[in-house]
Design a protein around this ligand. Structure first.
Ligand code: GS8
Length: 223
C-alpha cells in the first residue's frame, strides 16, 4: 500500500539491511534501494540521515530518516498496519519478541565475527561461544514453526538475515551449525521457503567471498 516515497539506504551484504528489506516485502511496500559504499565512500545522504552512527540501513519515508534496523522493522509494522502484523498484538508476547530481538542484536553478529577474525585457541573459543548462542536461540524456538508460533514474524525477520553469513562462519571455523542445532537449521530452511526471504537473502557463497575481502580490510584497520 502506498503511503508516500520509501527509500532504503542499503548494503547488499548487511544482515541488518536484510531485515528492513524483508519487512518491506512482507508489507508489500514499493521502495527504492540505494546501495551505499561503506568503505570510504558513504553518500552525503547517509551521513546526513544517520549522523550519529553513519550506518545502514536507513529508511527514508517521505524524506524522513529512521535508523537502526530493529526500529526500522517496528516502524514499517506500525505504518503499514493494515497488512498482517509482524509483532504480536498481545503486550506480553510483544515484550518477549523484543527481548529475543535484543538478544540476537547483542550476540549473533559479533560472535560470528570473532570466528573469522581470530586464530588458534581464540577461534576455538569463538566457535564454542557461537554454538552456545545458537543453542539458546534453538531452545527459544522450541517446537514452534517460527519464533512467534505458526506465523513468520518479527523475531524471524530479525534473525534470518544473519544466517546468510553462516556458511562463511562454518568455512572459517570448520564446523556445521546443523550438527549442533538441527531444529534451528530446519527453521532456517522453513524461512527460506518464504518468497519474501528468498528474494532478499543473498547467496551465502557470495557472503563468504565478501568476508574474505573484508578480512583484509579488517587486518589493515585493526592490526
Ligand atoms: C547495525 C547496523 C550496521 O552495523 C542496526 O541497524 O541494527 N545496530 C545497527 N551496519 C553496518 C553494515 S552491516 O555490518 C554499517 O553500516 N557499517 C558502516 C560503518 O560502520 O561505518
Amino acid at each position: 500500500m502506498s503511503k508516500g516515497e520509501v527509500v532504503l539506504l542499503d548494503c547488499w551484504a548487511s544482515p541488518f539491511c536484510m531485515r528492513a528489506k524483508i519487512a518491506l516485502e512482507e508489507k508489500g511496500v514499493q521502495h527504492e534501494r540505494r546501495e551505499e559504499n561503506l568503505f570510504g565512500g558513504k553518500s552525503e545522504l547517509l551521513l546526513k540521515s544517520n549522523p550519529i552512527h553513519q550506518k545502514v540501513p536507513v529508511l527514508l519515508h517521505n524524506g524522513k530518516p529512521i535508523s537502526e534496523s530493529t526500529i526500522v522493522v517496528g516502524y514499517i509494522d506500525e505504518v503499514w498496519s493494515s497488512s498482517t502484523p509482524l509483532l504480536p498484538t498481545c503486550p506480553y508476547k510483544r515484550a518477549q519478541a523484543r527481548f529475543w530481538a535484543d538478544f540476537i542484536d547483542k550476540k549473533v553478529f559479533e560472535a560470528g565475527r570473532e570466528i573469522w577474525t581470530s586464530e588458534g585457541e581464540a577461534k576455538e573459543l569463538a566457535k564454542k561461544d557461537f554454538i552456545e548462542i545458537m543453542k539458546q536461540l534453538e531452545r527459544a524456538l522450541g517446537d514452534k514453526s517460527f519464533y512467534g508460533g505458526d506465523a513468520f514474524g518479527f523475531v524471524d525477520i530479525i534473525a534470518i538475515g544473519l544466517t546468510s553469513w553462516f556458511v562463511a562462519y562454518e568455512k572459517f571455523g570448520g564446523f556445521n551449525v546443523e550438527d549442533h542445532c538441527p531444529k534451528f537449521s530446519a527453521w532456517m530452511k522453513r524461512c527460506m521457503q518464504r518468497e519474501t526471504v528468498a528474494k532478499v537473502l543473498p547467496d551465502p557463497e557470495k557472503i563468504y567471498e565478501f568476508v574474505i575481502t573484508l578480512g583484509s580490510v579488517w587486518i589493515q584497520l585493526f592490526c
